[in-house]
Design a protein around this ligand. Sequence first.
Ligand SMILES: Cc1ncc(C[n+]2csc(CCOP(=O)(O)OP(=O)(O)O)c2C)c(N)n1
Ligand SMILES: CC(=O)[C@@H](O)[C@H](O)COP(=O)(O)O
Ligand SMILES: [Mg+2]
Length: 631
Amino acid sequence: MGVLDTINGPQDVKRLDNDGLAALAAEIRDLLVSSVARGGGHLGPNLGVVELTIALHRVFDSPRDPILWDTGHQAYVHKMLTGRAGRFDTLRQEGGLSGYPSQAESEHDFIENSHASTALSYADGMAKAMMLRGETDRTVVAVIGDGALTGGMAWEAINNIAMRKDLPIVIVVNDNGRSYAPTIGGLAKHLAALRASRNYENALGFIKENLGRVPVVGTPLYETLHGVKKGLKDILAPQVLFEDLGLKYLGPINGHDVAAMESALRTARDFRGPVIVHAITRKGMGYAPAENHDEDCFHSPAPFDIATGEERPRAHGWTNVFSEEMVRLGKEREDLVAITAAMLHPTGLAPFAEEYPDRIFDVGIAEQHALTSAAGLALGGLRPVVAVYSTFLNRAFDQLLMDVALHRLPVTVVLDRAGVTGDDGPSHNGMWDLSILQVVPHLSIAVPRDGERLRELLGEALDVADGPTVIRFPKGALPEDVDAVGKLGGMDVLRAGDAADVLIVAVGPMAEPCLEAARLLEAQGLSATVVDPRWVKPLDEALVLAAGAHRLVAVVEDNGRVGAVGDAVARLLRDNDVDVPVRTYGIPQRFLEHAKRSSILTRAGLTGPDLARSITEALAGRAAAAERRRG
Ligand SMILES: Cc1ncc(C[n+]2csc(CCOP(=O)(O)OP(=O)(O)O)c2C)c(N)n1
Ligand SMILES: CC(=O)[C@@H](O)[C@H](O)COP(=O)(O)O
Ligand SMILES: [Mg+2]
């Protein structure tokens, strides 16, 4: 029986002595490594916050003192200390422990959204609520990474928090110097300089320790020095950004020293106003393969061998094709530039960066800035490609609409992880873009069905000069290439039915289940023509005639159903007085619990057999209705 087995909640952490704490930290690290080695997840971030989280739960009284985790990928230790260590064998599995905070799992969890840079805004609101409700003995704690601190929303919150001196907020900046890769930007340099000033802090600590013992002269002298400290800190270390904003700043603190963290957190708690505690941590701390993993410190590794740190090989996927094609196009087009929002490797832009170091821009976790900076690059005569995960584009919608599309600027947005991603829970599924982007004038959307089409469509997108283009593809392994058997306007015909029962519009990777459905329908005497529009916005006018010649149109897409391609097709037919029923098949419009992509698609009925069954029923229903009309 280990120490971790005795932890049923924060109260059990508070009672541990130093030996118990050391044993607890070691056992937590073992459980982190073994859990992520088995099923994947976020290892580096969580190894870096073991002591910090222990200290938090010893100083504060969660959930009365809410502890908020920005992005939430580093909350595994928090889960272990709030009674869930025994469930880590189900981490990120369907029905098991979520990889992010989950209100359904625990009263200690608050923010379920995995989108970065939100925690300080929650803290601002929660603290104001406490003050208005007279709950003056509570404290809101927000843990935010140095990467998340490069997100604009965090600074909107700091600007507001700094306005009031009475908000009981403790902001713990978990500064490991990295997002995936080393964190970029002026702020990162500032934090690095503050980290460097830690030596300076130690020197001052030594002075205080010794001067304090000198009677009469000693203490006043230290006070003088303390006054000088402020000046020196501004000279030796750069202007202390946070203090100049009016926020009390404590640090930098060694985030792996529980006692030091506890002391700083107690000081911060007792301050009864907004305080920054700047913790210096190491991403991957305590597991050498993570500590020494140059790319991202094992930010979110695939399952791996614990002894060697060797990850299970990842299949050659969509991201690889995009990555290779960008390097190839970069040779052809000197105007091609690329932007990443702190995800150079995950979005596949690292090879492009290596080949063309002057033509890549990592803007930090700042998608809004990324889009409008891309607008600037286009205004400057270049051809920008912005690569982001689909779900993270949501926060840059206005920039895409009003900074890019309004000016008809040739910016291409490449959305990786579009459609169901699955394991990372409801806020990571890229199930929104085909809906929200329908309303953007002058914007075109391409959805490749396979690697070959991705290469083709990326080239076509870069040739669109009078407005933005979007290309979206899912996470993971590539399907086999599916060649067209003909053309219908600009659309690829993937299978030509010999009669006119159903026209299936297969959006991107849904080609595979749609072709399977067509084969199953044919086996029962129903004919199905399958087309791949390639460009789903604007829709191809040829669809109008083709639809009019069929008894039913089925549109199948890996996106939320509401307001997506299916609804756009129905609107196109309605606008052209084509009276053919349209069945739309997609992801249910709700927040989906974490599960494997395949499992979610199956549950959504996006498989060949389910599609065939539904289309058969629709045709039968259509026939029955016609029969009734004939009386
Ligand atoms: C809006 C948004 N963009 C991108 C991501 C992808 N992402 C997840 S974690 C991460 C890096 C976070 O770095 P940091 O805040 O320093 O936390 P650390 O992993 O270092 O603990 C990024 C870019 C995200 N979650 N949200
Ligand atoms: C927390 C976060 O947003 C990312 O780390 C995300 O988990 C990455 O997911 P992929 O594994 O799909 O790159
Ligand atoms: Mg970091």
